[in-house]
Write a protein that binds this ligand. Sequence first.
Ligand code: ADP
Ligand code: MG
Length: 698
Amino acid sequence: MAGNVPELYGSMVFNDKIMRDKLPKDIYKALKKTIEKGTHLELDVANAVALAMKEWAVENGATHFTHWFQPLTGYTAEKHDSFISPTDDGEVIMEFSGKELVKGEPDASSFPSGGIRATFEARGYTAWDPSSPAFIKEGTLYIPTAFCSYTGEALDKKTPLLRSMDALSREAVKMLSLLGKDVDRVTTTVGPEQEYFLIDKEDYKKRRDLIFTGRTLLGAQPPKGQEMDDHYFGTLRPRVAAYMHDLDTELWKYGIPAKTKHNEVAPAQHELAPIFDTTNVAVDHNQLTMEIMKKVAEKHGFVCLLHEKPFAGINGSGKHNNWSMSTNTGVNLLDPGKTPAENTQFLIFLVAVIKAVDEYADLMRLSVASAGNDHRLGANEAPPAIISIFLGDELTAVIDSIENDRFFVKADKVEMETGAAVIPHFTRDNTDRNRTSPFAFTGNKFEFRSLGSSASVATPNIILNTAVAHSLSEFYEALKDVAADKLDDAIHELIKKTIIKHKRVIFNGNGYTDEWVQEAERRGLYNLKSTPEVLPHLLDEKNIKLFEEQGIYTEVELRSRYEILIENYTKILNIEASTLKEMLYHDFMPAASKYMDSLTNSILLKREVSESITTAAEEKMLSKIAGKYSELSTMADRLETDIEAAKAMDDELAQAKFYHDTVFKDMTDIRELTDYMEAYIPEEDLPYPTYSKILFYV
Ligand code: ADP
Ligand code: MG
């Protein structure tokens, strides 16, 4: 049982209360200043913090510490060092210095660097991120850090994320000062809703595809999928409820504000959403959440699948990135207030986002691109691959009125009439939801819905922060020299101009239709369907310029990301194709062959008994399976040849495209054959559990 939740919450975190208790007042103040304003931290402060941290950690049973970082693999990395330090008399004391807190030197040579290290040095550094709290997990003190090379290039996702948060803050503060607002810092906030599948561990262990690739490469559709809409928000099965309860308890210990949990659309699919937090903390927490989800699943005899598309034919899993900006004075800059049409500050920030998304839609698409997510985007379940913005009725009307110099008349709130007397009356929201939009305004924040479930949420937020910082900096340049008495008009004109220029990215309709695809093309919007198609855009001149101007990535860092992304895509496809080949030869084809043997035997035996006994049914089945088996054998050859051809290619982009266009196509064709055959092969002869079994376990 969770027991006393307020007491349990954050009990493993070196949080504000503990810092206040344990740190000398001046040190506490200096640290808070660093955390809240992003100022530099002095070594004497670090020393005092290290001491307090160690004391607290040891009191709570920790023996080790680790610099916890997020290399470009998309996972987290850790190397544990104990606190022990030998004394002259052969004993040990527990020690931890400010230097150890602030800086680590992991051997960086086995982390992907996209060629950065080859040209420089193998050494890498981790540097403490004081704005994300340290915590204790399984006897080790975890210190969130950034990871960079000897020459200072970022080798991780955290460094550019922090840079992008700084850039946005810098530009937003400047903009706010023009509006007469005295603000020290603007932070971006993120609440990521996390989808996942839970399947029985025994089923998982029987499938090579799940083990090696995280998704099923074969598998016929079960008689029932998600068409009855009976799983979404349905009653939690006791085993799942017990898992979720344990998961919440575990997350709360680490100060992760898990708030909402429910069944999702697909059978065996669920969702967890925390309360939003500052972006870098939310990113760290999401990484930790994914890890803890998997661990807790083990304890319950489950495996938690975070892949974007574990099962064909039913919904895959994504992550909704709820995003906003707020000032250190507690103002949410995307809150329209009661009268959005007159709220200049809101409108400026709103159009800054619209401009950012329109100008950098390619980067937004790229920030969510992965082999796994390619199965979702544009496949009629997740948002389409075309990036557009849903504003809703009210804001669209506001925007229209500004564009056309009309006075905005607010629609009255509609009182809901449910017809049942016992239900309290409430007013209706001014806009309905739109589930098909990749980037939707939802009241006082934007919800970026294209993210894949397994990826770090760092990259999409880097792009959002950077692109919006860029919009704001252009606005500032346009306004900074305007005389005070002309400023209001100039701002109004700027908002209007921005709307006219960028409104093409606004789309409130159904994003799943072919009409939208054609309409988007007419509007000149990007429709980048696959990872190999979108990745080269990272190095487009306008994008390199954006990152350099805002101080997020150098060109060297950017090229390294490109290399890693391409390589990663190719590796995943290669693993999938090789796994499929293995499954065909080791599992599926022998199973089909065995079934054909039994049919053949049955035919022969019957004939032995009497020629007058009909063998028509067996013959019909045998010929059906044998025909497909022969096609499958041809396709298996083709797959093998194409894998070899892919491996032999030098040009990385051409190779990625070949995997996408040819190898993946082979895999799809093979699947059509095996799934057809699977439906006819007796369950006991099948080498792995079927969709029916996996998705509808008890
Ligand atoms: P849904 O999209 O399912 O309706 P909610 O409205 O409950 O979900 O909110 C989804 C997420 O948005 C939650 O994680 C919530 O904390 C987060 N959220 C709310 N306000 C903000 C904000 N200002 N900035 C970032 N995220 C926010
Ligand atoms: Mg949502």
